[in-house]
Design a protein around this ligand. Structure first.
Ligand code: SF4
Length: 71
């Protein structure tokens, strides 16, 4: 989610906006790997949930809802 994390060689950054980084965070765990191997990359450990002090990030809930909607 950090701007510097998305920076690549030469100082380029393909995800300058927070929204782009947030979308990539979900896609990385819930789409890219799932499209390739049919399984989520999120194991449901909950570390991101417990680290989110404003309690707005809950990928496990999002992924579970998406999976339920798919079935
Ligand atoms: S619960 Fe959060 S920290 Fe744990 S694997 Fe899923 S996305 Fe990553």
């Amino acid at each position: 989610m950090l701007l510097k994390f998305a920076e690549v060689a030469g100082g380029h950054n393909f995800r300058k906006d927070k929204a782009d980084r947030y979308r990539h965070r979900y896609y990385r765990k819930g789409k890219y790997v799932a499209d390739k191997v049919g399984r989520l990359a999120c194991v449901g450990c909950g570390r991101c949930i417990s680290a989110c002090v404003s309690n707005i990030a809950n990928p496990v809930e999002v992924f579970n809802t998406l999976l339920e909607d798919k079935q």
